[in-house]
Design a protein around this ligand. Structure first.
Ligand code: C5P
Length: 228
């Protein structure tokens, strides 16, 4: 295929927050840098970009449509809305890149008013959040993004877990990294990632800036879209 027309990128970034009352929440230290870098790189390559961001302190890249969300359930709704097929723009041209560090659990209940210390139990009842990538994978093929890329932040050797996630979530590629390795993970400008593909092949990239990783991923997504 020689069609090099722009793609539609839907990129998620940052953490989600799961409130137990109006002032307390569960979350993680994701800053959103990786996702914002992907959005910027995709836009710079001439693609249309929707960036769905959890609570982060980053500026919206120029030319990118940003949707702010708080919880995992908000993020799921925003992803579903952003990937809806449009006339004249087949799903074969849509790439979903999930860099967001989505909280896996949320408090079973969120109180309307701040919980007083005396009212708080010592244990917090949690329920599972929906898995956004798994939910998207269950959408009929004609309506789901043709290219789906996930991230896997692990502590320790990341590739075997990433291969399992690639299969389980129906992904074209999982970008795996050991968040405890020097120069990788949350809050730093560099990343050292390994690309893991469903057929079991892997490609370990050197330590690079998040911008350089992002450019590599945008090229990969475009190549994958061409082969669909
Ligand atoms: O299973 P794990 O959370 O490590 O998988 C990571 C990948 O799955 C990331 O791309 C993340 O954005 C996505 N994810 C998701 N929904 C969740 C949790 C993670 O789509 N509830």
């Amino acid at each position: 295929m020689t069609d090099r027309s722009p793609l539609r990128f839907v990129v998620t970034a940052g953490p989600t927050r799961e409130y137990l009352d109006p002032v307390r929440f569960l979350s993680n230290p994701s800053t959103g840098r990786m996702g914002f870098a992907v959005a910027r790189a995709a836009r710079a390559a001439g693609h249309e970009v929707t960036l769905i961001a959890g609570p982060v302190a980053l500026k919206t890249p120029k030319g990118v449509t940003r949707v702010d969300v708080v919880s995992a359930r908000d993020m799921l709704a925003a992803v579903k809305a952003a990937i809806v097929p449009r006339k004249g723009h087949g799903q074969d041209r849509t790439c979903l890149v999930m860099t967001a560090a989505v909280a896996d659990w949320r408090p079973a209940e969120c109180a309307e008013r701040k919980r007083k210390k005396g009212e708080m139990a010592d244990t917090l009842k949690l329920v599972r959040n929906p898995d956004i990538l798994k939910t998207v994978n269950e959408i009929p093929a004609v309506r789901r993004p043709a290219v789906r890329i996930g991230f896997a932040a692990e502590t320790g050797e990341p590739t075997s877990e990433a291969a399992r996630k690639c299969r389980e979530k129906g992904l074209d590629c999982v970008v795996a990294n050991d968040v405890t390795a020097p120069g990788a993970g949350f809050g730093v400008k560099t990343n050292q990632v390994t690309l893991v593909f469903p057929d079991g092949t892997i490609e370990a990239l050197p330590l690079m800036s998040k911008d350089a990783v992002a450019r590599r991923l945008v090229r990969l997504a475009a190549n994958l879209a061409e082969r669909k």
